[in-house]
Design a protein around this ligand. Structure first.
Ligand code: IPE
Ligand code: MG
Length: 231
């Protein structure tokens, strides 16, 4: 008899943080205010996840598709990253976290990329809790770059060795993926890694996704029995 695996707390949680601009619009605020509120929420959720015993939290912060948004919105998001990335890394590292980025940072402007790369040097390589920001990230881009690496190395891959060519190398697959903002899709987030992830969708706009709402999502996960295709 195969036992169902019931994990109380997911080891790795992914969050598709959607709804920042709608949140701002409802308040008659500029879109950038929504991104700013979303960034604060994101850091608070990272701290909450750490307390709850989650080991890895990956947030979808900036997708390859987001990079096609109008330049004025992109400029505001980049300004937000330049101002807040380093203080946020310092804050999380001071609490004992490691911080990583997954994605193609060369898609970002040089000055933004430099801030990120310098700041990441302050993070330990490993910690009990790892906060991972997907920036300039798209799962298809990630899979294609991994395939090209394998070809370049003349390497025949299997599932395990292919996984180690992805940006997420060394990070276990997500057990639980949350999407805020009401859309029911993955939008190119961790497509390979999410093969067996439990999915959770909520209409709550990301800046309104409080720690209490996150706790509720975690409780929902713990009530699910995962069979991984078995009986
Ligand atoms: C998510 O919110 C923002 C990013 C992670 C870039 P949106 O900017 O997509 O906000 P909505 O969905 O338009 O409300
Ligand atoms: Mg959106």
């Amino acid at each position: 008899m195969v036992e169902n695996e019931v994990l109380k707390v997911p080891r790795h949680v992914g969050i598709i943080m959607d709804g920042n601009r709608r949140w701002a619009k409802k308040r008659l605020l500029p879109g950038a205010a929504g991104h700013s509120a979303g960034m604060k929420r994101m850091i608070s959720l990272a701290e909450r996840a750490m307390q709850a015993g989650v080991r890895y939290l990956t947030v979808y912060a900036l997708s390859t598709e987001n990079l096609l948004r109008p330049q004025d919105e992109l400029d505001k998001m980049f300004a937000l990253i330049k101002k807040n990335f380093d203080p946020n890394v310092e804050k999380l590292v001071a609490r004992g976290a490691a911080v990583k980025v997954v994605g193609n940072l060369s898609l970002l402007p040089d000055d933004v990329r430099e801030v990120i790369e310098q700041s990441l040097k302050k993070s330990p390589d490993k910690a009990d809790f790892t906060f991972i920001m997907a920036l300039g990230y798209g799962a298809r881009n990630e899979i294609v770059q991994a395939a090209n690496l394998a070809v370049k190395n003349r390497q025949e891959v299997d599932e395990e060795s292919f996984s180690s060519l992805l940006y997420t190398r060394g990070i276990p697959d997500p057990d639980f993926i949350i999407r805020t903002g009401g859309e029911l899709r993955l939008s190119n987030f961790l497509l390979w890694q999410a093969a067996y992830a439990e999915l959770y969708f909520t209409d709550v706009l990301f800046p309104d996704f409080t720690n209490a709402k996150f706790d509720k999502a975690l409780a929902n996960f713990s009530a699910r029995a995962r069979r991984f295709g078995k009986v």
